[in-house]
Design a protein around this ligand. Sequence first.
Ligand code: NDP
Length: 298
Amino acid sequence: LSSYLIDGKAVSKATLAKVGAEAAALISRGLTPGLAVVLVGSDAASQVYVGAKGKAAKDCGFHSLQFDLPETTGQAELLALVRRLNADPQVHGILVQLPLPRQVDSTTILETIAPEKDVDGFHPINVGLAAIGAFDRALIPCTPAGSMILIDHACEALGRKLDGAEAVIIGRSNIVGKPMAQLLLRESATVTVAHSKTRDLAGECRRAEILVVAAGRPEMVRGDWIMPGAVVIDVGINRVAGLQPGTTRLVGDVAFAEASQVAGAITPVPGGVGPMTIAMLLSNTVTACCRQNGLPDD
Ligand code: NDP
């Protein structure tokens, strides 16, 4: 390994400590940040994510509510719950875990969450605020927000500036790729968003000083796609067959062993972007709580 290893666990711990301190200050004023997490069905990965989010919220002293609804839950029932949480003054953040079962229209559910309580940042109002650069009023999706903190951390460690840097993102999803582009533009990087129709993906990657990969393709980005010294953020989480028969392991979208010989800084999987996502969810909840109570949020 010749690159600087970006330790997402350590950075997330520091972020959570800050969020915990902010929560404690609010609690001492009689205001406890409240986060409601809604899970529909029994998808194993979703259960793990929701459990981890609830635990982190409790650890930070939040009022943490979890709603486990059966797979058969209908649209009307879920809408009624979201509306009840919208109206509950003890709840400052609402997260409906995706994916939702087929009978429920995710878009309608996400658009029903009050924008000021939308701590996932998926409501069109928040998406629009980020698009016009009104980051002080928007809630930003957690994974790209966490990735941005890791990029800042790496640039500081390497003595780099983002201003004017060539940034390439692989993936154009609403959850990761597009909001990541907004955040990098805010820092005045020159941003390229690549996707499955991009003609020369390896060539695009090779000119990236900052490379963010969110494609969901195990170890797709090879070592020789990376510009020597680049900052590489691997958002992908892919479960693949392990070395022993019958076992599995997690890998990112970047071939880590190769890439870490070339990159200036790189995130591991696991232990990179993943831990930051939960930290940013709690950070968004504190921000939402402050804004809903007319307090400064920075
Ligand atoms: P999506 O499937 O919604 O989007 C994937 C994007 O990658 C699409 O824009 C797609 O292009 C592009 N893509 C797919 N294959 C290729 C290819 N061969 N070449 C170039 N581009 C390609 O995924 P998400 O954005 O939701 O997630 C991406 C990854 O990040 C997944 O592995 C997911 O598990 C992980 N993730 C991790 C999180 C964390 O906390 N660390 C949180 C959220 C996601 P097109 O639009 O043309 O189809």
